[in-house]
Structures are given as C-alpha cells and as structure tokens.
Design a protein around this ligand. Structure first.
Ligand code: ATP
Ligand code: MG
Length: 401
C-alpha cells in the first residue's frame, strides 16, 4: 500500500454495520477511520431489503471516511448466514521444471476448485489443507520442493450467489466497486486467535446478533467453517416475550442486567420492566431473567456442539474463543466449558495502532480481522488507482437527498 491509500472494510452485521479504514504508516497497518451504524434491512446475516441496507452501509462508510480523510483504494465487505458451506476439493498437476514454482501452486489451487458445486454457490475462500509433492505428504509451503507431481487438498468456503449479489448491489448503489467478500468467521479468527491456539487446535465462535459463526483451526490451518442463523437477537426476543415488554427494553435489560447463569444471581435482586403501551411497569426477579437467558444460551451451545461434532472427531481441539457482542454475557464461559467441554476465553481483537481503544471490543473482531486479512493476504503487491475520485463528496451529495 502506498502513502495516502486507504483500505476500506465494511462488516455488514445483523445489528450494526462497521466500516473501518486502514492505512500503511512506516510499514505498519493503522486503523484511521471508524464508522458504525445500526443495520436496517438484514436478517440473520442476510440482506432482506437492499434499499435499507444500502442506507445503513452508506451511513457507516461516510463516518469512517470523514474521520480518516482518505479515498479508499481497496474495498472489502463481509458475509455470514447459514448459506455458508465448506466443500472439499483436490487438484493435481505435473511439474514441468521438476521443482515447484509459485505459478504451479496457483495452477494446482485452481484445479482443486473444479468441484461439482451446486449452481447457486460461489467460492469465496480457497484454504489449502496440505500439498503433496510426489509421495511427500503434509506440506504447507511447497514452493522450491523437487518432484514431478503436485497435489493440493483444499477446503472451499462457499456462499450463496444471490446473497453475494445483494451485498455487492448495495455497494454499487453507492458507486463503490467491491474487491472481495470475506467470511465473517474467518475474519474474526484472524483478529482474536493466537498462533499457539491455531497450532494446537481451537474453536472460534463469533456470537453476533443474528448469526453464530464457527471456525476451527488445527496445525495452523483453517479446517472447518460454518455459520448458524442464531445470535443475541434471539435472547432479546425471548426476554421481550417472557417479560411482556418491548424489544428495545428487553435489549436494555439484557445488556445492563442480563446473565446466562442463574447461580450468579441473588434471589432478592429485581429489575424494573416497563409495560407495553400504557401498562404499568412490573418488578421481576433477576433470577427469572437469568433463567430465560440460560435456557436459550444452553440451546444455542447444544446446536453448536452438534455442528462441530461433525468435525471434531477427526481433530482434537484444545479450547474455545468466544467473540462478537453476545460473547460478553456473564456466565457464557462457564456454560461453554460445561456443554462443549472446552476451556473458553473471550476474544478481543488485536490492538492496531491508530484507533486502538475504539476498536478494542469483541463487536469489532470481524472488522479488525477483515482489515488484517485483506492487508496481509489480499492486497499485498496489488497496484490500483484510488476508487472513484471524489467519493466522499459524492456520498455527501447522496446523503443530502
Ligand atoms: N454486554 C452485552 N451482553 C450481552 N449481549 C450483548 C452485550 N453487548 C452486545 N450484546 C449483543 O450482541 C449482539 C450484537 O453483536 P455483534 O455486534 O457482534 O453482532 P453483528 O455483527 O451485528 O451481527 P452478526 O455478526 O450476527 O450478523 C446484540 O444482540 C447485542 O444485544
Ligand atoms: Mg458480526
């Protein structure tokens, strides 16, 4: 990245859109602009109203660009939802020069993508699991190795074509061309996992508002990815129904007083619950609130257990890392330990220079991870002109309408 170039990442979450701008300063990635806007037009990770989603994305981007004051050269956005699936792929080529070159690796990875996928699926990430040079297995970096045959085994992370198209359309509406779409779970993993965890084996759970993204790493390689259409909004919904109050009040009670373990609460503690319409407010034991949340969190963890059971028989995982806004609910670490039988911790994103404190929160794990992932893996060596000159001005014009 050159001086004055901006890397814009936009995490399109179910409850909020986070736009984050990265710049390179003294050979390091800095976070220099942040814009957050409540999400409209999204459900369980997917866009259901293009106009509303476009407006929310625009609000977030505008704030971030106003703060960073750069024109974005690269633009990446994110995707999640239960249409995210992983497929196995295998490719093989003959080595012309009897030694593996970077072009050979590119070619064999391309050949590994020729899988018979359903027509509505698009590949968003190709994750090499291992390369085999002649009879030599388990190779992660094959370049320079001598042999006559190169084989690649990969995991393909796919998303549904229509969901990607809807997402990209929102950016097109704003005159922005998207350079790539990143799976939210992969991005969060990039921001919160340590190299030791990735090596030993770890389950990352990004508990957001509408989705729970799952990623498993083992021996430094992403081995599995999924996205369940369940998140913190379900907890809020349960509270609203059971306490007979509005979603807004239920959300406030959840965040200010909610815990998901009844043992953590005193029998004598009460919360004031405003009634709907002009009904009087009532006092409800905090224990009841905890019981409602505990039941739903247990159910969520049981579904996660069923999902990872498909995988974890083959690999030993040594722990779990919880991130995303819902990871902050007290009691969750204990329940994860109980149900998944994995020691858990909360994942805060890596501290980047610049807006260090502003983005040091589990809710920004995905946005920070997108910045890191794009900077380290996607844009290195790419030369591009800044996106659409005068984009900030154009946005301002649009906002006036
Ligand atoms: N302190 C807290 N305790 C419990 N829940 C919280 C807390 N803070 C935030 N949340 C919940 O976190 C959720 C939002 O998390 P996050 O911002 O990670 O989601 P998102 O990225 O918008 O959605 P998704 O990734 O699922 O599409 C909301 O449901 C919110 O109620
Ligand atoms: Mg999220």
């Amino acid at each position: 990245m050159k001086r004055g170039e901006g890397l814009l990442v936009v995490d399109v979450g179910t409850t909020k859109i986070s736009a984050l701008i990265g710049e390179e300063r003294e050979g390091k990635l800095w976070a220099t602009g942040l814009g957050v806007s409540p999400s409209q037009g999204l459900k369980r990770g997917c866009i259901i109203n293009i106009e509303e989603a476009t407006q929310s994305i625009k609000n977030a981007i505008d704030k971030a660009l106003n703060q960073a004051k750069v024109e974005p050269t690269f633009v990446y956005t994110s995707i999640a939802g239960n249409h995210i699936k992983t497929y196995y792929g295998m490719g093989v080529i003959a080595l012309r020069d009897k030694e593996v070159t970077p072009q050979d690796v590119e070619e064999v990875l391309k050949s590994a993508q020729t899988v018979d996928l359903p027509p509505n699926k698009l590949i968003i990430h190709v994750i090499p699991q291992e390369f085999v040079v002649d009879q030599n297995k388990g190779i992660l970096h094959p370049v320079g190795m001598v042999g006559v045959r190169l084989e690649a085994h990969v995991q393909l992370i796919t998303a549904e074509r229509a969901h990607i198209q809807n997402l990209i359309k929102c950016f097109e509406n704003l005159g922005l061309e998207v350079d790539g779409v990143i799976f939210q779970g992969l991005a969060s993993a990039e921001a919160v996992l340590t190299p030791e965890e990735k090596e030993l084996g770890v389950l990352l759970i990004d508990l957001g508002g509408g989705t729970s993204d799952l990623v498993i790493y083992k021996e430094n390689v992403l081995r599995y990815a999924a996205s369940l259409p369940l998140g913190g909004e379900l907890l809020t919904g349960d509270l609203a129904i059971c306490l007979r109050t509005t979603r807004a009040e239920a959300e406030r009670i959840k965040i200010e007083k909610g815990v998901c373990l009844r043992e953590l609460v005193n029998e004598e503690d009460f919360v004031e619950v405003p009634g709907i319409g002009h009904r009087p407010s009532t006092k409800i034991s905090k224990k009841i609130v905890a019981e409602i949340l505990e039941e739903r969190v247990k159910e969520l963890l049981t579904l996660i257990e069923a999902e990872i059971d498909k995988f974890s028989n083959t690999y030993f995982i040594s722990g779990a890392v919880l991130t995303g806004g819902t990871s902050l609910i007290p009691g969750l670490i204990y329940l994860t330990d109980q149900i998944l039988d994995l020691p858990a911790r909360i994942g805060y994103p890596e501290r980047l220079p610049g807006l260090t404190e502003e983005i040091y929160h589990p809710q920004f794990a995905t946005a920070v991870g997108m910045l890191l992932y794009a900077y380290n893996n996607l844009i290195q060596g790419l030369e591009k002109a800044p996106k659409k000159k005068g984009f900030i001005e154009k946005l301002k014009e649009l906002l006036k309408i």
